[in-house]
Ligand binder design. Structure first.
Ligand code: GLN
Length: 484
């Protein structure tokens, strides 16, 4: 049996019954990584020795009976999460040799659950991008077509999960970076409610938007992973002190009577016709299962991309000020302190990161603050209010995740604006702080995955997971694997 083709819950079943060992599972994944990572670029760092050690510990735990659904399961994390003793680069030259002394909360929770960490997934530098081409080291590729991007910024995570180089991964989503790559690679990606998962030890991009969440082979695995990583953390002041529902136990129950809001602003002119056809089929399927289709409007949608690129760059310019050659990472020597800052940052940051720092610094500078940052914050409140209004008449909002399937490498690198538009359907969710999931809903004729996005009320991940699970079950979608 090919252990790497199994979902977390399938593998966990075998581990619990002792039909396979965690060491065998970890070895199977490490072998597959060794044979495919050079082509896929899904991992920046593979921690083979640490993984085998952790797997041995997990096997002991499994024998003792003190295990969780993740005990012994090989997973990976985006290289934005600090890992004690293991290089954490954020796909940037400036952190190329950075070895944190502590684990991010997400990593600590995975380890506590007994998960075996295989390594650190590739990403766009500092999570800025939609294609993983902004990695300072090498791009990640889409397992369905190696000439195409896996999406971004968590493209390494999505590529790894889709290609069975990891049973599940944790990514981050500031404007779509979990859902958009999940959609491009035909896997499940869940951005939890802002505050649901601790950001402690997760390198900050735009702190009011960043949120960690799972990228998995199916919906059940997303529920298992979310349960493991979610929960209050006093070390993150934005973490919310709410009990974590038992997500995997809340998947069944169906969608009878569930009101599915369809925002007219998300079914637009110019959208890929295969994407809209596939998403419409998914809606029909949910309707047959008893969901009620409710047309809704989110009138401020057209401002979301502009608002996001003001707020996210402003926050990034502030967050990235800490990378100065003194406290972290790369230092380029110079005659005086100011030159040292300049040279270190000039050599350490890539072009997109520099562009964002400049845009953000401009938006925050005296005289422009009211016109840009303040205005954008006000429009953000209107976008959030659109969702509050919509959720008075519906329980879940359904949209495509992306306007097009995965694009070719190099296709959008020359034009940042077209790249920014890849996130047109995912960004509002971050601005509003609500949860969203992307799941496969079909393929194009050229065999590229298409994603369905479901958005929910704040802290109601359970309902979007249940709707997603119902669709996955009835449509029987998401089982197919890329031929590699
Ligand atoms: N693609 C968006 C950006 O470039 C979103 C990135 C993200 O969610 N981290 O900012």
């Amino acid at each position: 049996m090919d252990l790497t083709s199994l979902t977390v819950h399938e593998l966990s079943g075998l581990l619990q019954k002792r039909e396979v060992s965690s060491v065998e599972a970890a070895q199977a994944y490490l072998n597959r990584i060794a044979s495919l990572n050079a082509r896929l670029g899904a991992y920046i760092t593979v921690t083979a020795d640490e993984a085998i050690e952790a797997a041995k510990e997990a096997d002991k735990r499994l024998l003792s009976g003190a295990s969780s659904p993740l005990t012994g399961v090989p997973v990976s994390v985006k290289d934005i999460f600090c890992t004690a003793g293991v290089k954490t680069t954020c796909a940037s030259k400036i952190l190329e040799r950075f070895i944190p002394v502590y684990d991010a909360a997400v990593v600590a929770r995975l380890k506590d659950a007994g998960a075996v960490i295989l390594g650190k997934n590739n990403m766009d530098e500092f999570a800025m991008g939609s294609s993983t081409e902004n990695s300072a080291f090498f791009p990640a590729r889409n397992p369905w077509d190696l000439q195409r991007v896996p999406g971004g910024s968590s493209g390494g995570s999505a590529s790894a999960v889709a290609a069975d180089l990891s049973a599940a991964s944790v990514g981050t989503d500031t404007g779509g970076s979990i859902r958009q790559p999940a959609s491009c690679c035909g896997v499940v990606g869940l951005k939890p409610t802002y505050g649901r998962v601790s950001r402690y030890g997760m390198i900050a991009f735009a702190s009011s938007l960043d949120q960690a969440g799972p990228i998995t082979k199916d919906v059940t695995d997303a529920a298992i992973m979310l349960k493991a990583i979610a929960g209050f953390d006093p070390l993150d002041s934005t973490s919310v002190d709410l009990s974590v529902p038992d997500f995997p136990c809340l998947l069944s129950g169906g969608v009878k009577g569930l009101r599915l809001g369809i925002p007219k602003e998300y079914f637009i002119e110019g959208m890929d016709s295969q994407v809209s056809a596939s998403v419409n089929d998914a809606l029909d399927c949910l309707k047959k299962e008893g969901a009620l289709i409710v047309p809704i409007t989110l009138p401020h949608t057209e401002y979301a991309v502009s608002v996001y690129y003001l707020l996210a760059t402003a926050e990034a310019s502030s967050n990235l000020a800490r990378f100065d050659g003194v406290k972290y990472g790369l230092r380029v020597g110079a005659a005086n302190l100011i030159d040292m800052y300049k040279k270190s940052r000039a050599a350490g940051f890539g072009a997109e990161v520099k562009r964002r720092i400049m845009l953000g610094t401009y938006a925050l500078s005296a005289g422009y603050y009211d016109a840009y940052y303040k205005k954008a914050s006000e429009v953000r409140a209107l976008i959030k209010r659109d969702f509050d209004e919509a959720f008075k008449v519906c329980d879940v909002i359904a949209t495509p995740t992306c306007p097009t399937p995965a694009f070719k490498l190099g296709e959008k690198t020359q034009d940042p604006l077209t790249m920014y538009l890849s996130d047109i359907f995912t960004i509002s969710c971050n601005l509003a702080g609500i949860p969203g999931i992307s799941m496969p809903c079909g393929f194009t004729k050229g065999k590229l995955p298409i994603g369905l996005q479901l958005l929910g009320r704040p802290f109601d991940e359970a309902t979007i997971l249940r709707a997603a699970y119902t669709f996955e079950r009835t449509a029987g979608i998401g089982k197919e694997k890329p031929a590699l």
